[in-house]
Structures are given as C-alpha cells and as structure tokens.
Write a protein that binds this ligand. Sequence first.
Ligand code: HCA
Ligand code: CU
Length: 447
Amino acid sequence: MMDARAYHPRSLEVVDTTLREGAQTSLLHDHYCYYFTQTDKVEVVQALITYGVKFIELFSPVVSPQEREDIVAIKQARDVLVGQHGYTHLLAHVRCHPTDIRAAIDAGFDGLNIFFGTSGISQRSTHGKDLDALAQTARDLIEAVRTDHPELILRFSGEDAFRTHEDDLFRVYDVITPFVDRLGFPDTVGVATPAAIAQRLGRLTKRYPGVEFEGHFHDDRGFSLVNALAAVNSGMRYVDTTVLGIGERSGITSMSALLYNLYIDRQFEKVDGYRLHGSYPINVLVAAKLNMLVPPKEPVSLTNRTHTAGVHQKAVLNDASTYEAHPLDRFGVSESEILLGPLSGWNLISYFLKEIKYFQLDNEMARKVTAVFKERIYDANSHRSPAELLVEIAEQVFGLERVETAKAHQGEVMQCLDPIVPHRLREENRTDRLSRRRTDSDDEDET
Ligand code: HCA
Ligand code: CU
C-alpha cells in the first residue's frame, strides 16, 4: 500500500473535484448529458494527471454501483500514468459515517475527505444532532481509521463553515484535529468574502499550528476566484477546484482561472509543477463533455482572444497585444479570433476576402464591398453566416474573381487550427472565425 502521507506537497496543491463537486453541476442536465460516462471520467483523470494535479476527489463508492465500477477504471488509468507523471492521490468524499468510510477504504482510496454539517442550519435541517455529540462520534470514528490505516490521508471539513459560529467550529475541530492531516473550511453556500477568509484562516492557523488547511469556495456571489486567491495569499496550501469551476449551483473556483491569476500576479512558485499550456485544452475537454463551448466568463478561454469591434479588429490584425493584455498563449489559447459581423470595418473585410477567400481586390473595392455588407449584414441568421453573405456580395454584386488555388486547398481556412482537443461545436462556425495573421493593409482609419 502506497504511503500517501509521505508525499512532499508543493507550494499550492489543487484538489481537483471535477468528478465529485463538478458532477453536481446543473449544466449536465441543461445539455442533456445528466452524468459523466466512465470514458469521460477516465479521460478527465488522465488529463488532470498529465496537467500535474496530485489530488483528485471522487464520490464515495456508496453513491451507486456505477460509481463503484468507475472508481476501479479510474484507479487503473491512474496507475498506468504513475511511471510517467508520478503519483496522483485519489480521495473519496465521504460522510462521517462508518459505511461510507468502510466502502472507500475497501475501494483502495489514498485518502478520505470526510465532512459533516457544523452550522446551525445544518444541524436543524440535515442531521438534527447536537454538535458536541456529533463531534465525539466523529472523533471516535476518525481516531479508529487513523489507528488502523496510518497510511491514509485524512481531511475533515465542517460543512458550511462560514455560517458556523467560530466557537462551534473550534468545538468540533478541537477534538478531531489530532487525528487528521488537514482541515477543510468550505464556503458551502458562497457567503464568504476575501477579508473574512483571511481573518478566519489566521485564527485557525493560530489555534491549530502545523495543520494544513483546504479551501472550497462556492461562487454564489461570483467570489469563488477572489476568495481562493485570498486564501492562497493568506497561506492556504490546498484549494478545491474544478475544471471550468463547475459544481453545485454556480460552482466553485475554476482550476485554470486560479493558476492563471497566480501566474499573472507573478507567484511562480505557486504554479510550479503544473503544465500551464494544458489549461485551455483541459477546459475544452470538459466543455465538450458538457456539450458546450468554454463559457465566456472563464478567463482561460478563446473568448478572451476574440475581437468583434472594427477598431479592435484592425488593431489586433496589426498587433494582438493592443487588446490582449494577458499571457493566454502560455495557458494554451494559442490563437486569436476575429469575428466577421456588423461591427467589422473594411480592413477586416479586405483581410477576409484576400487572405482567407483568395479574392483579388484593392482597398477602394474593399470599402465598396464593406458599404454593401453593412447594409445587408442584418440578413445574416442561423442559415446564412456573415461570411457566406460577404462572399455572395463579392461574387454577385461586384463580380470579384478569386486567385487560383490548388484544388486540395480550396475552401479550407488554413490558419484556423483547432486546439489539440477537437471541438465539435466550434467546427460548425469555423469559416466565420478568422485566426489572426498579419496583414499588409494600410493604416487608414477603420469605419
Ligand atoms: C456539498 C459539500 C461540499 C463539501 C466540501 C468539503 C461543500 O456538496 O454540499 O468537503 O470540504 O460545499 O460544503 O461540497
Ligand atoms: Cu461544495
């Protein structure tokens, strides 16, 4: 049996919970997927391990027979990658309950992420038990696991820690801390602020020196990222994240968003050991499994390298850094996109017709075509894209001719390379979406 506790943690350890917290996202239902298949799970785990994640949280095997089978497949996939990428620990998310704990140990997990509700609301509505009695039962159970399985990583979380009075949290943690490796204090309903996190972490660190802390921040107020950053900046080593931040309700901290921001803030030791170039591909992988594009609010997204306003497009064609301030390249978003549409100016239209569609035209003609395009663009719809409309105008209104190209290359947008992971949905629109390439268009103003 691997001694999971012998691992020397890095400055920041993300605890990925895409297949536990993430599997609770309503997006699976919105897009008619309902659950991650075993293949989905294995591929996500392989991608996370390759990315450099050392802790992956899964459901407890008691959740369903399918879950139990999936854990076996995931474990096999993990074992295959140990030689190449080192050891990644699989942690079971378990209620503080003997059956859950027994099943997780029998399934061969490296550690247990144990939790129970500590807030007044939890006590009243979920378990209805007195906190001291509950703490004592949990203590006995966890102490027995510690004695019988000294090699297991044990973490205990007081669920809804930010709506739990600090004295109550201390009452529970005081009796449990001697038997665990780390303490979680989840913001289960997304009420915490960066200041509250720094304050609470400070008090907990003082009371329990030598114990590691694990954060888990829900996004109900849109604070899951800033809260995680505040926690890391206040010395928290373990942070729960999911790919794209998916999770119950509006989810938790997005893994790539956290690492991206730490990198931007030049906290390089924190991102050490993570293959940052894989950030966008892993986002695309999980988005594809949810039947969607990488969400527009995800910082590591193609959206953040996509330009629609004419002025922006012209500038970006010359120098992308005019409207791209962050190192998205380093995080695997290796291309910019420029969308042809009602806001495009003649520079882009000239670029598209010449460079992508091989029409012969000069700047004066490009301006004329643009004038007609701007009149007719409002006819574009799901059946006729702006690109199709523009080609129609070039051919039918102006009789423009194309430069001869080899048959094999006709109709291809050569420079629009998809990311490593194929993206089903984006494929459909690829001729509308132009990758950036330097243009020889002059410096005249955009209209
Ligand atoms: C939930 C539980 C949890 C647990 C976090 C933890 C939360 O789904 O309700 O174990 O630290 O947000 O409290 O995800
Ligand atoms: Cu949660």
